[in-house]
Design a protein around this ligand. Structure first.
Ligand SMILES: [Mg+2]
Length: 243
């Protein structure tokens, strides 16, 4: 797949938000859903070398949504790019729907891992990146986690190992909505750099900056992009008031 051109559908951000509006239920418009929107839009529109016709290609790029709660933007982006029929969106969360509140890789075309239990995606991505390198594949592995998810011990081990193993085919995207228990501004990228990663913080709503940072491959070290988005608290307060 390396030498082939990836043909993607032209998809606008407005198209994705329109598709998101078809997702019904209490979970449809949470902060978790919209915080990832621009990152996912850039990844599937400009970065990932994977299309609906190459989801089984051993050399496809892998995207792992580790932060599996709030998958609405993810589903909308996949539908917009043709991985599954848009009509599936109307069934979101229903008993017999393939689109559950957490993505299921056995049910949803294009979904690489089932996720929702936090702290698993990064270790899985590290293993996949290692395996792809052993196979001499040019594929990249890009994993998206939340900022609070990095409090999980499994992430600490994966961060250390990825740098030690020089996994330059691995990219970690941290969507930072300032929701971790002990937030210290800048700590995420400093922690990654201290472990040997290339890590930069960018505006998580600036698609040009996101594309530039996500396209980067750094020789000899994994790459991390901390995407800063709006603070989570407002939406959480609204949700509790409604409950
Ligand atoms: Mg968060």
């Amino acid at each position: 797949m390396t030498s082939r051109t990836v043909t993607r559908r032209p998809v606008t951000r407005a198209r994705i938000t329109a598709l998101m509006s078809r997702l019904a239920g209490d979970e449809s418009h949470t902060a978790a859903a919209t915080s990832t929107l621009d990152v996912l839009h850039v990844l599937y529109g400009r970065i990932l070398r994977v299309t609906p016709t190459s989801i089984d290609d051993p050399d496809r790029d892998r995207f792992y949504l580790s932060k599996g709660h709030g998958p609405m933007a993810y589903y909308a982006v996949l539908a917009a790019h043709g991985f599954f029929p848009e009509e599936h969106l109307d069934t979101f969360g229903a008993f017999e729907s393939v689109l559950g509140l957490h993505p299921d890789h056995l049910l949803v075309p294009g979904v690489e891992i089932s996720s929702g239990s936090l702290g698993h995606g990064l270790p899985l991505a590290v293993g996949a990146a290692h395996a792809l390198r052993i196979r001499d594949s040019s594929a990249r592995v890009i994993v998206l986690v939340g900022d609070a998810e990095l409090d999980e011990g499994s992430c600490a081990e994966a961060i250390e190992y990825a740098a030690a193993a020089k996994l330059e085919n691995l990219t970690l995207v941290v969507v930072d909505n300032i929701s971790s228990s002990y937030t210290v501004h800048g700590r995420i990228e400093q922690r990654l750099r201290a472990n040997g990663w290339r890590a930069d913080r960018v505006d998580g709503r600036d698609q040009r900056l996101l594309e530039e940072a996500l396209a980067r491959r750094v020789p000899g070290t994994p790459n991390a992009v901390v995407a800063q988005v709006e603070k989570k608290s407002a939406q959480v307060e609204n949700k509790s008031e409604a409950a």
